[in-house]
Design a protein around this ligand. Structure first.
Ligand SMILES: Cc1cc2nc3c(=O)[nH]c(=O)nc-3n(C[C@H](O)[C@H](O)[C@H](O)COP(=O)(O)OP(=O)(O)OC[C@H]3O[C@@H](n4cnc5c(N)ncnc54)[C@H](O)[C@@H]3O)c2cc1C
Length: 436
């Protein structure tokens, strides 16, 4: 579908490439993925090898350097065929954000080329059984011991939990909102293990289960940013990447819902004519089409603003909210139009409904987006993360990497006050720390 204003020739070429891959390599696997419910390691590696995890990584580090609009294209096109495939891509793309935004020059040099080539899949691990939306409720700990930290805790619903090679784990190093810190934990490290993959009802093939840290020792050089900057690292993933990535997953599923339902309504004949000639069916199709067009605009507009370094937190929230809610509304209409056939797995509609439901919780539920938008409306919204981090969007990278040539110590970048002091510098604090 053409998006002339927000995309250019490179984006459309990328869209054609991803669609070709999704149709040829993913679609033939979907039925098996639904039945077997195994974790699709090879599919994840195939996506990563194409460089799509590193779409926002600058070319200097081997990435595509194409930014957030391109990222939305990739996730949308994969999710149009398989919500799980779109989720595999988006989960590791958002695992990239922490190193891009908070990694020291040495950490960026060490990790970004590996993410870009697909050699290494990153994740972001924030959620715990007793935290979730209440990020500050987390209890997992990191305790400094000489040149190391000793990590203990349990994270769950971690995207790509069982195939990730390096996990960005947020843990407590102290009290309160400045008592969280972020660490890179390689999956082969002693004391790290994966736990239950979970028993979720959809996105079959995508692992979003448990990781466990038991006296897992990591060098201090594995800390991302300063001690106490963990909340910022979490937000850089969830607000900047997560909201728009989840919007893109919903958009892909929504596109499939509308395409499949329009086709069904043409093929299903009642009273001697296709059901799309019944006014109520046509009306529902019209509603679905309208929602899809609005959702698409919201997603690409937000991605475009992000790529151009504009403050767009509200647009990112709205993109997540509209895409999630509209995909769910259209899934319900699609079920109604398919009637009993909607319940049959071969029609795919119940899969879309299940998969779209999975987009609701991560990076802030719809209620959390509404609360945040309420703060925007009433002028009480805090840090504009998109503006704070805009210097690090792909379009600003050439300039940034030139500046970075001056040596910095690992993990100390924020101490110069460039980003890390934002809470204190502007006197602005997040009014209500939430996931997303
Ligand atoms: C597909 C998928 C992928 C995910 N990927 C990741 C990942 O990669 N990394 C990771 O760390 N986590 C991930 N998660 C977890 C996700 O971030 C959490 O599900 C999310 O933070 C919500 O937490 P919760 O499910 O525990 O819900 P809860 O926080 O327990 O929320 C319960 C209810 O309370 C409401 N609520 C919560 N806070 C407030 C508030 N302040 N005001 C009003 N209402 C509120 C919510 O809207 C919800 O209705 C993923 C989850 C899913 C489903």
């Amino acid at each position: 579908m053409a998006m002339d204003y927000f995309t250019d020739g490179r984006h459309e070429q990328l869209r054609a490439e991803v669609r070709d891959f999704a149709e040829k390599e993913v679609r033939p696997q979907v039925a098996r993925m639904e039945t077997e419910r195994t974790i699709e390691v090879e599919l994840a590696r195939a996506i990563a090898r194409r460089g799509w995890i590193g779409v926002t990584i600058p070319r200097e580090f081997g990435g595509l350097g194409l930014g957030h609009v391109a990222k939305t294209v990739i996730v949308e096109e994969l999710a149009r065929v398989s919500g799980a495939a779109g989720s595999i891509a988006q989960a590791s793309q958002l695992g990239v954000a922490k190193v891009l935004h908070y990694g020291s020059p040495a950490q960026r040099r060490a990790w970004l080329p590996k993410f870009a080539s697909g050699e290494c899949l990153p994740t972001i691990a924030v959620t715990e059984p007793d935290s979730g939306g209440h990020v500050l409720g987390m209890t997992g700990t990191a305790v400094r011991d000489g040149d190391d930290y000793v990590l203990n805790g349990r994270k769950w619903f971690v995207g790509n939990s069982h195939i990730g090679d390096v996990h960005g784990v947020i843990l407590r190093t102290g009290q309160g909102s400045r008592g969280l810190s972020a660490f890179l934990v390689e999956s082969e490290r002693p004391g790290f293990r994966t736990g239950s993959p979970g028993s979720q009802s959809g996105l079959h093939g995508f692992s979003f289960g448990e990781i466990v840290l038991e006296d897992c020792r990591v060098p201090a050089a594995n800390r991302l940013g300063r001690e106490g900057q963990g909340l910022d690292v979490a937000y850089s993933s969830s607000t900047l990447y997560g909201r728009i990535n989840l919007a893109a997953v919903a958009l892909g599923i929504h596109t499939a819902i509308v395409e499949d339902t329009a086709r069904f309504a043409e093929e299903r004949v009642l009273y001697g004519r296709p059901v799309n000639q019944l006014p109520n069916i046509l009306l529902k199709l019209g509603e679905m089409q309208s929602r899809l067009m609005t959702a698409r605009l919201a997603a690409y507009h937000a991605s475009y603003l992000l790529d151009h370094g504009r403050a767009c937190d509200a647009e990112l929230m709205n993109a997540k909210l509209i895409n999630t809610e509209y995909a769910l509304d259209s899934a319900r209409n699609a079920m109604e139009i398919h009637a009993a056939r909607g319940l049959q797995t071969e029609f795919g509609i119940e899969r879309y409904l299940r998969d779209a439901t999975h987009v609701y919780p991560p990076a802030g539920t719809s209620d959390v987006q509404r609360l945040r938008l309420g703060q925007v409306a009433s002028g009480t919204y805090g840090t504009q993360w998109s503006a704070e981090l805009s210097e690090l969007t792909s379009w600003a990278w050439a300039e940034l990497t030139r500046r970075e040539d001056s040596a910095e110590e690992p993990g100390e970048r924020g101490e110069r006050g460039e980003r890390g002091e934002r809470g204190e510098r502007g006197g602005r604090v997040l009014p209500m720390p939430l996931a997303g």
